[in-house]
Ligand binder design. Structure first.
Ligand code: GLA
Length: 388
């Protein structure tokens, strides 16, 4: 029996009708470009979250989180007016979106169990949304496409959870393929998968600083980018996305904006170009060159976008000092969370442990790390045994 099936049965005393799982993701490059209409590259990690769901015949909604050790009971009539624990906003936000399609009056039982570290920039929330969306889509018989489920999960995050995030997390978690990167053009919402060369290994190094996006300066950066776009559109009519400008445009008009906005815009426009250069380097099989763009991306996040932290800077500089590392950078929103390293296959567990030891000596806290393979996106899981 799938572990989430057992958790569900223990909690609710009947069997789930559908199981779904979804992975966490790393942002490989394209920092804060997605909500600026730019290109971003991500990949699924090999740790997943699972949900089990059964539709009810009354209007109750019962949610159980194995990780939180918490059960929350609410109702179809009041789930959006109550002050419920933060973790419930992910499945409830997805349910809320689906109700706009089908005005469903029945509630459901849901259990969730996650192996994705939370609050570390690995998109555990998008995994929760996509797994819930896939499972509810099935039990409600909606037959929506993956693109529709990605879209409604993203809207759930924007509206119900209240974070103005871009499309990166939900797209990668929804469309990720084993051993492949997901390359998303956020302005057209189109993506493609690009196989990562076997000669590149990916490591995740975690800082001990955790936070949810909702409680980070994410919204402030989002607003700053918007204000930069508004200011620039007065002198460059017709522009719709900050990422579509050239770094020289920002230089040309830097006097019309506050210096902080100039730096944010320099980061976004420079990062957009780095994403292109990174992908070209990968196409040419030049992993060293690709790695340099990762390092440059981190440098820009640190100095221009100011979304790094001493812990992330420390990990990146330790990693870059090892010649088996092609490149390293913070991954995701920033301000803590995790960083990634793209390395040659001979970067060993001993090499990684040395970095973690140095971190522990400096910050008196552990940096967990793992070598991740690139996993696949969200799926419905088969159910074994017990039905009824
Ligand atoms: C978070 C958001 C994404 C993206 C990154 C930064 O992960 O959810 O949409 O903006 O930060 O690139």
């Amino acid at each position: 029996m799938h572990p989430i099936q057992q958790i569900f049965v223990d909690q609710f005393n009947h069997s789930p009708t559908v199981l779904a799982s979804a992975p966490g993701r790393i942002e490989v490059i394209g920092n804060h470009t997605d909500y600026n209409g730019g290109t971003v590259v991500g990949a699924c990690v090999d740790r997943r979250l699972s949900v089990a769901i059964r539709l009810r015949e009354d209007s109750q909604i019962r949610l159980f989180s194995q990780n939180e050790g918490e059960r929350v009971d609410t109702d179809v009539k009041s789930y959006d007016t109550q002050d419920l624990p933060h973790w419930t906003s992910y499945p409830l936000g997805v349910f809320d979106e689906l109700r706009m399609i089908g005005s469903n009056e029945f509630g459901f039982d849901l259990a969730v169990d996650s192996a994705i570290p939370q609050g570390e920039g690995l998109a555990s929330s998008a995994a929760f949304e996509l797994a819930t969306a896939l499972a509810l889509n099935q039990v409600l018989g909606y037959d929506l496409s993956t693109a529709a489920l990605v879209g409604l999960s993203h809207r759930a995050e924007n509206r119900f959870v209240g974070v103005p995030c871009g499309l990166l997390d939900q797209t990668v978690v929804g469309f990720g393929k084993t051993n492949s990167l997901v390359v998303l053009d956020a302005s057209s919402r189109r993506h493609h998968n690009f196989p990562l060369a076997e000669a590149a290994k990916l490591f995740i190094f975690r800082t001990h600083i955790r936070h949810e996006l909702k409680y980070s300066p994410y919204e402030i950066r989002h607003r700053e980018c918007r204000n930069a776009l508004i200011a620039l559109s007065k002198v460059i009519p017709g522009i719709r996305h900050l990422a579509h400008l050239h770094p020289l445009d920002i230089k040309a008009y830097d006097v019309i904006m506050d210096e902080v906005l100039v730096r944010r815009a320099q980061h976004v426009t420079g990062e957009q170009r780095r994403v292109g250069s990174f992908m070209r380097a990968l196409q040419l099989g030049d992993l060293r060159a690709a790695g340099r763009f990762l390092n440059e991306s981190h440098h820009s996040s640190r100095s221009l976008f100011e979304n790094s932290s001493p812990e992330l800077d420390f990990l990146v500089s330790q990693l870059c000092a090892n010649e088996k590392v092609f490149g390293a950078r913070l991954s995701g929103a920033g301000w803590g969370g995790a960083c990634i390293a793209m390395t040659s296959p001979d970067f060993s567990e001993e090499d990684a442990a040395l970095v973690a030891d140095a971190y522990e000596t400096t910050f008196e806290a552990r940096s967990g790390w793992w070598a991740t393979s690139i996993g696949h996106g969200a799926v419905i899981e088969p159910q074994n045994g017990l039905v009824g």
